[in-house]
Design a protein around this ligand. Sequence first.
Ligand code: ATR
Length: 266
Amino acid sequence: MKKFAVIGDPVQHSMSPAMHNAVFAKLGLDCIFEKVRIQKGRMENEFASLRADYSGLSVTIPHKIAVMPLLDKLDKSAELVGAVNCVDFDGGKSKGYNTDMAGAVDSLKAVVGSLKNKKILVLGAGGAARAIAFGCALEGAEIGIWNRTEKKAAVLMEELKKAGARAWKQKEPADILINATSVGMSPLPEETPIDTDFLESSMTVMDIVYNPLETKLLKEAKKRGCATVDGLEMLVRQGAKALDIWLGIEAPLNVMRKAAERELKT
Ligand code: ATR
């Protein structure tokens, strides 16, 4: 049997076990996905036993950066984002990935097709925003970053440009607006990260917040006729990317999504 786990602290509310175990059951795979609480500062001590016990790990707060120096190799996604959320132990070597990048890109592509030359405004400059912005930049999109703390937006934009990203000039309206902040999350679901007058019907609007599933931003976007992508879609697709890395399987997205929706209701 192959074992996988999500490691973090807190880890009890992670939706990864439900999503991944639903896929293992559906496909009849002899695999199990567990939750392991590892406190901040304990990664280095625990890593050898995790490596011995598991075939792969999902990594969440507070270990996404701390795990990096312990790994044999980093995928380009992890190098660009500067954080690892997925570890593969294959053939005795450990490799770190950032699957949020593919999760965001795949979610958008499923709705708008190619991202090449699309003008994308990312709200936020934290870890999630970095993964989304680098992912979209590599697809040939033009990127703009807006953040409450302007300095952080400027720093991220400079890093994106160094990696070859094209900046959105703001002369034409954005094609895609992405909320990569926590604004709109329960218990403050009436908040939006941007004035909703900014929304135009031609835009595709994506939100990384999935609690509530339909945020105020997405509700307002739908009212204006925008196409929308919710936060669960990105969560599901980053998980599907991890299953591809670990097992080389194309995960049934609907099975993962239903499992995640069930978890949200509990
Ligand atoms: P994550 O890794 O999930 O992206 P993070 O690194 O803490 O989390 O980043 C959170 C993002 O949400 C930041 O861009 C943050 O803005 P600041 O850089 O100004 O802190 C943004 N954010 C959080 N609360 C916000 C609020 N109430 N209004 C606007 N932006 C907010």
